[in-house]
Design a protein around this ligand. Structure first.
Ligand SMILES: [Zn+2]
Length: 227
């Protein structure tokens, strides 16, 4: 599969967006813009902007859309979107979807597919309570038996891993509510445009990946790319 697709991955916290985005990056050879990782990286800088953003992200609140838009547009500007790209966790609101559409219009391309990974709330709670994130490489790993009193380390780079502030179970309810209030409205917009596909995020990573690839295969652009 080598189409020049522009894909957005959506879904509630814990649905598996970042895991699948990383897999698709390898399989489709497309660049990824991972909104959550990008924003969290900024919060780690001891700047005014970093502290401002941390006050939202650590509490599971939605960042102001104009700020998200500016940061993501800066990342998009570094890419050649005509060859395709994967957006992980952006857009999340109608305002963001409109900004993205305008930007893609300027480059004479469109967002081809919006893939929404869905999981029941109870599954999201279970996954996030076991999710630990590396402070350095930002990869997540599942530690259902983790002991909070013990320091655990990243299986990829060896750095310390921790439970993200916004992954704490008591923050989940707010995150899911925000998702319902904002992102579901946006998904309705894409649904009306025939660009949304909902995919079950249940099962193994490989099973979900197979589902996504089957959808992308079915949505290959009708016109062959002449190269
Ligand atoms: Zn790591």
């Amino acid at each position: 599969m080598t189409a020049n697709l522009r894909i957005a991955l959506c879904g509630p916290a814990g649905a598996g967006k970042s895991t699948q985005a990383q897999l698709l990056q390898q399989q489709l050879h497309l660049p990824v813009i991972a909104a959550g990782n990008l924003f969290r990286q900024i919060t780690m800088n001891q700047t005014g902007l970093g502290q401002f953003m941390a006050s939202y992200i650590d509490h599971g609140r939605l960042l102001p859309s104009d700020l998200c838009n500016r940061l993501i547009m800066e990342e998009l500007a570094k890419l050649d979107v005509t060859v395709g790209c994967i957006l992980d966790g952006y857009p999340r609101t109608i305002e963001q979807a409109i900004t993205l559409e305008d930007e893609m219009d300027k480059q004479s391309v469109t967002l081809d597919q919006v893939l929404c990974l869905t999981i029941p709330d109870v599954e999201a709670y279970q996954r996030l309570s076991a999710r630990y994130t590396c402070r350095d490489c930002q990869r997540t790993q599942d530690l259902p038996q983790a002991n909070p009193a013990v320091q655990h380390f990243c299986q990829h780079c060896g750095d310390k891993i921790h439970q993200r502030e916004d992954d704490q179970p008591h923050k989940m309810e707010g995150r899911l509510r925000i998702y319902r209030e904002h992102t579901e409205q946006m998904l309705e917009l894409y649904q009306g445009q025939g660009r949304l596909t909902e995919i079950s995020g249940l099962g193994t990573i490989d099973e979900v990946n197979q589902r996504i690839r089957a959808i992308l295969q079915a949505h290959q652009p009708a016109t062959p790319v002449l190269q």
